[in-house]
Ligand binder design. Structure first.
Ligand code: BF8
Ligand code: SF4
Length: 626
């Protein structure tokens, strides 16, 4: 007998839709997860290697079987190499997404990207200034052209260090320099990681892990940071915006289009097409009340925080939203898109469209978006979605959406504070706010959907820790109702008073996964204001339900930037006591922060509270016993 849906998710929409999926005979991620159990113990511990075809090899963790692969690699080397390659894949994903935005910026500058433009000229100019570009007497497009060129340089040329490392506090940059881990080029560090982990190159597990940090930093202070900033330049810097979340955002009487993936270059054009009066008129002709655009996952976050577009769900909900029978079309770009989606959609009338030249999926029609044709293709797709409305069968929308406020970019947070970070610092110094935590990352069927995020955030805000969130964690907290000004009532007295005075929620949405860099930028600003380093601040990170290589890269750039980070699911490192010890203890001496692994969010909350109080004590602020 199948498990109860209550074991799978805390979200009511997911529970009901999972029952619907079962009734409809639709296989979901939970079914496939169960079919994989028990997982391979060697792989779970990071002890299997298939880097070359002298292998595959595995190391016996009990010491009875082989202790070396065919080439002679031991457990430490194999675990470190596997982790290194995981970081490389994560850094490559964020950074390549950033490159697509830079290329769009270049095409905007050349006038070849109809529909796109410069939405935030002030940010364009200040960002160009960081690259040493003289913006005086130049029009925006000329600045954009020079900036796009300079950004491309950061990806691939011979340099000593990435330009944007300059944002990090001086002390942090010195640490990176001393350890030899200041990233030089974005592509270079990923490429070097693949080289180092080829058979017979870097066979010192510590040296591999040091490079893994450099590779992760090339993402956090390079590719992701560029992705986030250029998205703001092209699509607008987010400001607090009212919106709604959960599968109930789909509308019975409207044409529903769902965007899924990460690249706002696609979703922004779909939004424009959905707003066209001609398309809305066509929808009416077809008997619908209008066109309802909704998002899932990170491209959903991008649209939600800039335009208030409703959020239908996070990672484990992406199959379930299709089982509503209410989605006329799902349009995907890349990353975190389950290859099963086409099969789920085939049970309903939903049309599935892939749009990226580098991401194709079974059961999807491929319609390739490029900056110079995106406007046109978006129009065609929205028309097809509207025409698909008449093929709709029965619709099941069993929940009402939850309201939320999203869009807290660093600029918006500072604005909410009255223009400077001082009030936040004062509240932290006085102890009304004990500290801040970034709760980020995915869903993972190993953990009841949203339970990790929601439980951890609840405990943190109850204890006066301000939460900022991104990615699928941000969707979880929106569904749970934490992103309303009224949610301040759930916070401890100190945080409650601050939120009520500023009329902000106790959980601030900072965006998609590439926007984790907004958290770094904010932390750097606080550290600089205090004349200290990020690792001295009473802050922490957490990824309670992470699954992806990207999340691993984020975790490591957080730690390498000085942010103590608690992971829910265990990464595949337990096969090497040396690697596990370095990541959870030894890194403290090197970068002033470590990972902790704690799948129970109640205990994770205690770890974070203890860490924050320790940091307060070290800064000479009042500290509570936890
Ligand atoms: O980049 S949080 S499941 S959707 S990896 Fe993916 Fe994880 Fe969601 Fe966005 Ni981020
Ligand atoms: Fe085996 Fe070494 Fe090849 Fe890995 S690199 S598969 S451990 S021989």
């Amino acid at each position: 007998m199948k498990d109860s849906v209550k074991e799978k998710s805390i979200a009511q929409d997911s529970r009901l839709l999972l029952e619907k999926a079962r009734a409809d005979g639709v296989e979901t991620v939970w079914d496939r997860f169960a079919a994989q159990l028990p997982n391979c113990g060697y792989c779970e511990m990071g002890l299997s290697c298939r880097i070359c075809v002298m292998g595959p090899c595995r190391i016996d963790p009990f010491g009875e079987g082989p202790q070396r692969g065919v080439c002679g690699a031991d457990a430490d080397i194999i675990v470190a190499r596997n982790l290194g390659r995981m970081i490389a894949a994560g850094a490559a994903s964020h950074s390549d997404h950033g490159r697509d935005l830079v290329e769009t910026l270049a095409e905007v500058a050349e006038g070849r990207a109809e529909g796109y433009g410069i939405a935030d000229e002030a940010k364009l100019r200040s960002f160009a200034g960081e690259y040493g570009i003289d913006t005086n007497d130049k029009d925006a497009l000329a600045v954009a052209a020079e900036l796009a060129e300079a950004l491309q340089e950061d990806y691939g040329t011979r340099k000593k260090a990435l330009t944007l490392l300059a944002r990090a506090p001086e002390k942090r940059r010195e640490i990176w320099k001393k350890l030899g881990i200041a990233p030089r080029g974005i592509d270079r560090e990923t490429s070097e990681m693949m080289h180092r982990t080829h058979m017979g190159v870097d066979n010192d597990w510590q040296s591999i892990l040091l490079h893994a940090m450099r590779n992760a930093l090339s993402d956090g202070w390079g590719g992701s940071l560029i992705a986030s900033e250029v998205s703001d330049i092209l699509c607008g810097t987010p400001t607090p915006t009212p919106t709604t979340a959960n599968a109930g955002v789909l509308k019975k009487d409207q044409v529903n289009i769902v965007v899924h993936g990460h690249n706002p270059v696609v979703s922004e054009m779909i939004l424009l097409a959905c707003q066209s009066p001609e398309m809305i008129a066509l929808a009416r002709e077809k008997g619908a009340d209008g066109i309802n655009l909704a998002g899932v996952c990170c491209t959903g976050n991008e649209l939600q925080m800039r335009h208030g577009i409703p959020m239908a769900g996070n990672h484990l909900s992406t199959e379930l939203v299709l089982t509503t029978g209410a989605v006329e079309m799902m349009i995907v770009d890349y990353q975190c898109i389950m290859p099963s989606l086409g099969q789920v959609a085939a049970c309903y009338h939903t049309k599935m469209i892939s749009t990226s030249d580098k991401a194709r999926f079974p059961g999807m029609e491929h319609r390739e978006f490029h900056p110079d044709n995106a406007r046109k293709i978006a129009g065609e797709l929205v028309r097809e979605a509207v025409e698909n409305f008449s093929r709709r069968g029965e619709v099941y929308l069993p929940v009402a959406p939850v309201t939320a406020t999203t869009g807290f970019s660093v600029e918006a947070v500072v604005q909410a504070l009255g223009g400077t970070p001082e009030p936040l610092l004062d509240a932290i110094k006085k102890g009304a706010i004990r500290g801040a935590a970034g709760v980020v990352g995915c869903n993972n069927p190993r953990i009841k959907q949203d339970h990790g995020h929601v439980t951890l955030m609840r405990r943190l805000i109850e204890n006066d820790i301000l939460v900022v969130d991104t990615g699928c964690a941000a969707v979880a907290s929106a569904k749970a109702g934490f992103k309303t000004a009224e949610a301040a009532a759930m916070a401890g007295d100190g945080l409650k008073a601050v939120c009520q005075a500023l009329k902000i929620p106790p959980v601030l949405h900072m965006g998609s996964c590439v926007d984790n860099v907004r958290i770094l930028t904010l932390a750097s600003a606080l550290a600089n204001a205090l004349g200290t380093d990020i690792s001295d601040l009473p802050i922490a990170g957490a990824a309670p339900e992470w699954y992806s290589e990207k999340a691993a890269a984020i975790g490591l750039y957080f730690v390498a930037s000085g942010v103590y980070t608690v992971l829910g699911p265990m990464p595949p490192i337990t096969g090497s006591a040396n690697v596990a010890r370095l990541l959870t203890q030894g890194l403290n001496d090197a970068v002033g922060a470590t990972f902790a692994v704690e799948p129970d969010p109640e205990k994770a909350a205690l770890l974070i509270r203890r860490h924050i109080e320790d940091k307060r004590r070290n800064l000479g602020l009042d500290a509570k016993a936890v």
